[in-house]
Design a binder for this molecule. Structure first.
Ligand code: HEC
Ligand code: HEC
Ligand code: HEC
Ligand code: HEC
Ligand code: HEC
Ligand code: HEC
Ligand code: HEC
Length: 365
């Protein structure tokens, strides 16, 4: 309930094309939507935002079973995972990638890969239940960019010991949620996903709802865009929109919402919303006495694949934490030229081969 209340106060919700009922949402009923097409359309007028967009993790966060790069990470591999070293094997046969295993009676085809591969990539299989609704199975095996194949993050060490256990199963509502955060368009027939019409990846129109209508109108020669502007949102609302996928503090339990919990680093927006740097930002002003704006875009450009460097972030820290009169930092421990992120925004290793950056900027004890 609480969740929907919050969404209701966000002036423009992230475009959600999850439609319950039998309606289809497509770019046009005869064309399959594609990322390349959408971006090419915007590129006519928005060169800067589009030139590198197709290589961002957002644009690539869901890949089809035919994706050659993703397939090559699994095909022909045998891996042992968990405490009991349960064996899983991926085989490329007749154009399909199949999972088999020590305790699996049948071979299971891979249908999708979740994750761009920047950090990790997990195969998912889908099927219809007896009501004709989509269910999904998130495999126990994940490919990690810095490590190769291993147990999927958060999956039990006992993975695969029961006969037939190939992964974590998701019922229709959960399966639809998974695909919802990793796609731009997700047509539904009740609780059956119409995979023909899926537009994978987090693309322009997911973050800029109404973009297709806007593009049509501009193509017809209109001069006013009538499209919502992120720059007009307060920092809190802007972060809340990214947090529709990157998570809000109320979506984690009170126990989990602790600076001592490394698992929280997975949810960048939760961390940022907890830090005093964000919450007390009104107290800081720039040289022209304008309020300093602090949100995700202070460090990240959602249109480019590049991650912020420590140097660029340190510069941002200093913009608020430099005692201008003394040319010193607010840090009682370190000079202005030190690497702030190393101590206050470190990378944290979880119980899996993956690292996350702690966005809860604070003094760490
Ligand atoms: C025919 C040219 C044209 C096309 C095609 C087009 N736009 Fe625009 N767009 C504009 C112009 C011109 C403006 C600025 C108008 C204004 O500020 O009122 C604009 C403004 C915007 C803004 C708001 C900018 C701001 O100030 O915050 C967004 C977001 C945007 N466009 C996204 C898109 C996306 C996404 C697409 C592709 C689906 C797209 N546009 C296609 C011409 C175009
Ligand atoms: C529709 C869901 C969704 C929304 C909305 C969203 N993201 Fe993401 N974001 C994702 C997913 C999924 C990934 C994982 C990408 C991958 O597979 O590597 C991601 C990854 C990222 C990354 C990591 C990229 C990297 O280099 O590893 C950053 C940074 C990020 N998002 C920032 C933002 C910001 C800033 C906003 C708001 C302007 C935002 N996201 C809105 C879903 C979303
Ligand atoms: C509320 C939105 C949301 C839902 C639901 C969701 N994801 Fe994600 N997913 C994200 C975001 C945001 C990221 C990037 C941050 C991160 O890595 O957690 C991500 C990242 C990933 C990654 C890349 C690994 C990584 O950590 O970068 C994989 C794989 C993945 N998700 C799989 C899934 C699967 C499978 C499901 C369903 C069980 C699912 N996701 C449900 C938002 C979501
Ligand atoms: C992850 C969410 C996200 C995605 C995906 C995304 N944008 Fe944006 N876009 C934003 C945000 C946030 C801003 C505001 C930037 C800022 O405040 O610096 C923005 C700003 C813009 C602007 C206004 C100019 C500006 O920089 O302020 C245009 C035009 C635009 N986006 C077009 C696009 C196009 C075209 C695509 C697809 C190629 C796209 N966006 C994909 C989040 C996104
Ligand atoms: C003060 C700067 C700063 C702000 C603000 C910031 N980030 Fe980051 N973010 C970083 C840095 C630095 C990295 C690590 C980049 C790298 O080395 O790959 C990062 C990495 C990420 C990643 C990749 C996974 C990880 O944890 O390393 C995601 C996802 C992400 N940020 C999302 C967000 C979102 C969403 C927001 C807004 C709620 C946000 N960030 C605000 C600096 C920032
Ligand atoms: C928009 C301005 C702004 C930015 C940017 C900013 N901070 Fe802050 N930070 C503040 C404010 C305001 C406080 C609250 C205390 C105060 O007023 O000094 C604070 C508090 C802190 C604290 C003490 C918080 C605690 O609860 O322990 C640390 C540590 C800190 N900042 C480090 C950083 C680092 C490192 C960066 C860069 C990654 C950064 N800040 C970026 C404004 C900012
Ligand atoms: C080597 C680790 C380290 C580095 C690098 C570092 N800090 Fe700190 N910082 C600390 C520690 C430890 C404290 C707590 C000091 C104390 O309470 O005595 C602290 C405290 C702070 C505080 C809180 C001060 C207060 O009044 O509570 C701020 C703000 C801060 N640092 C900002 C920064 C900035 C900005 C940078 C980069 C220019 C930076 N720090 C670099 C370790 C570091």
């Amino acid at each position: 309930m609480k969740r929907w209340f919050l969404y209701a106060i966000i002036p423009f919700a992230i475009a959600t094309t999850v439609v319950v009922g039998s309606r289809f949402i497509r770019v046009s009923s005869t064309e399959t939507p594609s990322a390349t097409k959408q971006v090419a359309r915007c590129a006519v007028c928005h060169q800067k935002q589009t030139e590198a967009f197709l290589t961002t993790p957002h644009a690539n966060t869901l890949r089809s079973a035919n994706d050659t790069e993703a397939r090559s990470r699994f095909a022909g591999e045998v891996v042992r995972v968990g405490e009991l070293s349960t064996e899983f094997r991926y085989t490329d046969r007749d154009g399909r990638l199949l999972l088999s295993g020590q305790r699996l009676n049948t071979e299971l085809p891979v249908d999708w890969f979740f994750g761009s591969g920047r950090h990790a990539q997990t195969p998912v299989s889908v099927k219809l239940n007896k009501h004709g609704e989509t269910e999904s199975l998130e495999h126990h095996v994940t490919w990690y960019a810095n490590h190769g194949l291993d147990l999927t993050i958060d999956h039990p060490q006992s993975a695969g010991i029961r006969t037939g256990d190939a992964g974590n199963g998701h019922r229709p509502d959960a399966a639809i949620r998974c695909f919802g955060c990793h796609t731009t368009e997700l047509p539904l027939h009740g609780k059956r996903i119409d995979f023909e019409g899926v537009l994978p990846g987090v693309l322009c129109s997911k973050c800029h709802p109404g973009a297709d209508k806007h593009a049509r109108s501009m193509e017809l020669g209109n001069t006013t865009s009538r499209i919502n502007k992120w720059s007009e949102l307060t920092p809190k609302l802007s972060v809340a929109k990214c947090a529709e996928c990157h998570r809000m503090p109320f979506q984690v339990s009170a126990d989990e919402l602790s600076p001592m919990n490394p698992g929280l680093t997975r949810f960048a927006s939760v961390g940022l919303l907890m830090t005093r740097c964000f919450n007390d930002q009104e107290t800081r002003r720039d040289q022209n006495d304008q309020p300093m704006r602090f949100d995700c875009m202070t460090c990240h450009d959602p249109h480019r694949p590049t991650a912020p460097t420590p140097e660029s972030v340190n510069q941002i820290c200093r913009s608020c934490h430099q005692q201008r009169t003394k040319d010193q930092s607010d840090c009682p421990k370190q000079p202005l030229q030190s690497n702030c992120t190393e101590c206050h925004m470190p990378k944290v290793k979880l119980d899996s081969p993956i690292h996350f950056t702690d966005h809860w900027i604070r003094v760490r004890r």
